[in-house]
Write a protein that binds this ligand. Sequence first.
Ligand SMILES: [Zn+2]
Length: 255
Amino acid sequence: MIDVHAHLCFEDFGNDKDMVAKRSAEEGMKAVIVGTARLDEGIEALEFCDKYKGFLFPTLGFHPTDGGENYKDVIALIRENKERIVGIGEVGLDFHWESDSSKREKQKEIFLEFIELAKETKLPLLLHTWDAERECFEIVKEHGMKKVIFHCFTGKNELAKEITDEGYYISISTGLLFSKTIRKVARDVPIEQFTLETDAPFLSPNREEDPRNYPWNIKLTAKKMAEIRKVSESEIMEAAAINAIKFFSLPLLTK
Ligand SMILES: [Zn+2]
């Protein structure tokens, strides 16, 4: 059981992040990829993941809506720490929150710099693509990227097929529990080209009870996905873990 995208260093977890890491192991997880989207979050994730070597793995990224020049510091951080991280992300485009065309263009410019960085460092990319799934797909394809995960994919099933035909991966989030669109994607995605993620602390499956999401909640996603595909839960969880290990080349502590 591997969650490929959880923001354990997001402020919502505060002093609880050790508890979350420990409980993730107790819940039977093999690994958690600690995703980041800002410089300070990235710096913290590098340090935090060092405490749980072989279990927590960081990726460094920059949220597309952050704009500005801060991304350059994230690029420098990635270059300095390329041996310590398993991927670049989340990076990409967000046209959901950004409607201004010049700002969208700026997002693209920054995204292209991260693509070049992925080539330079030979690290895989984890993409944020909200309402810009098609644009992101065309860009990574055009630039000959090989290892790409579409994180929290909420695009159409037809596009998901084009994405996986190209050899890229689709990450199914806890959002599956609320979204028909994601359910269709989860039904048809090739078994060797998907991963599971929570995007914790976001996308809590039970907001009234607890506004935060946790890595072990991928079990709920796996259960739902198993129902949809009429296979066993363990089959889904096992496949997602194998895919994650392969995609990120994870040096796991426990096999
Ligand atoms: Zn995220």
